[in-house]
Design a protein around this ligand. Structure first.
Ligand code: GSH
Length: 239
C-alpha cells in the first residue's frame, strides 16, 4: 500500500506545492486509481524513487490543469517537464530509468501483448458496467461478452506464466490493476478461468504487487463511497 502513496488529497483552494527539487520525479495521483496503480507498479518494480502529490478528483485544484490539461491522474513532473496518460508515462519511465527493462524488445511479442491487453481492458470495462447494471438480460449479455474476451486471455496465458513471458513485465503491470479489482468485485470471472486464476496466485507474490496493494476492506470502502457519488479519498493512512 505504501507504494500507492499516503499523501493527503489536495483540493480546490489548497496551494500549489513548490516544484519538485532537481531530478526528483513527482507523481500526481489518487490513492485508489487503477491508472495510477499501473504507473506505481512500474515504479515499484524498478525501485524508482519518487514523491507523490494526491489530487481530490471531485474538487480539483485549478493549478492541476497545468500539470495535465485533461484533468486526470496520473501525471508526472520532473525538471519542469510534465507528462500524462498512464501507458505513455509507464513506457517513458521504463525507458529512462536504469534497472531491468520491463518492456519486451521483441516487436512480435510486443504486438501480441498489446492485443491481449486490449482483450483484458474490454473484459474489465464491462465488469465495471456490470457492477452498476440491474437488468437481468443486460447482465447476462455482459457476462457472455466478458467471458468471450477472457477466453482469448486464457488462451494467451496457456503458453506462458505471465503476460510478459517468464517474469512479470510491462504488460503484467498494465493489466494487474484490473485483475486486482476483478478479484474483489467479480471474482467469478477469475475463479472460472484456470489459467487466469493460477496467474493471480503467481502475481500475488510479486514484490511490486505486494508493495502497491491496498487491504481489501479499504478498497471496498473506497469503491462503495465512489459508487454512492461521494468518493472518500483520504481513507487508510493519510500523511
Ligand atoms: N487514459 C487515462 C485515464 C486516467 C483516468 O481516467 N483517471 C481517473 C481516475 S482513476 C481520473 O483522473 N478521473 C478524473 C476525471 O476524469 O475528471 C490514463 O490512462 O492515465
Amino acid at each position: 500500500m505504501a507504494g500507492m502513496g499516503n499523501a493527503k488529497h489536495l483540493k480546490a483552494g489548497d496551494a500549489e506545492p513548490a516544484p519538485p527539487a532537481k531530478d526528483v520525479l513527482r507523481v500526481y495521483g489518487m490513492k485508489f486509481c487503477l491508472y495510477v496503480h499501473r504507473l506505481k507498479l512500474v515504479l515499484a518494480a524498478k525501485d524508482i524513487k519518487h514523491e507523490t502529490v494526491n489530487i481530490d478528483l471531485q474538487k480539483k485544484p485549478d493549478w492541476f490543469f497545468q500539470k495535465n490539461p485533461r484533468g486526470k491522474v496520473p501525471a508526472i513532473e520532473k525538471n519542469g517537464e510534465t507528462l500524462y496518460e498512464s501507458d505513455i508515462m509507464s513506457e517513458y519511465v521504463d525507458e529512462i530509468y536504469p534497472g531491468r527493462r520491463l518492456q519486451t524488445s521483441d516487436p512480435l511479442q510486443n504486438a501480441k501483448e498489446k492485443l491481449v491487453l486490449g482483450d483484458f481492458n474490454e473484459a474489465a470495462n464491462k465488469c465495471y458496467t456490470l457492477s452498476r447494471e440491474n437488468d437481468d438480460n443486460k447482465r447476462s449479455a455482459l457476462s457472455t461478452a466478458i467471458q468471450a474476451s477472457l477466453d482469448k486471455v486464457e488462451k494467451f496465458l496457456g503458453n506462458s506464466p505471465y503476460f510478459s513471458g517468464q517474469r512479470p513485465g510491462f504488460t503484467d503491470y498494465m493489466i494487474w490493476p484490473h485483475v486486482e479489482r476483478m478479484l474483489l468485485f467479480n471474482s467469478e470471472f477469475i475463479k472460472g478461468n484456470l489459467n487466469i486464476a493460477s496467474y493471480c496466485d503467481r502475481m500475488g507474490n510479486d514484490e511490486a504487487v505486494k508493495a502497491c496493494r491496498h487491504p481489501a476492506d479499504l478498497q471496498i470502502q473506497f469503491f462503495e463511497s465512489y459508487k454512492a457519488g461521494n468518493a472518500i479519498y483520504d481513507i487508510g493512512t493519510v500523511e
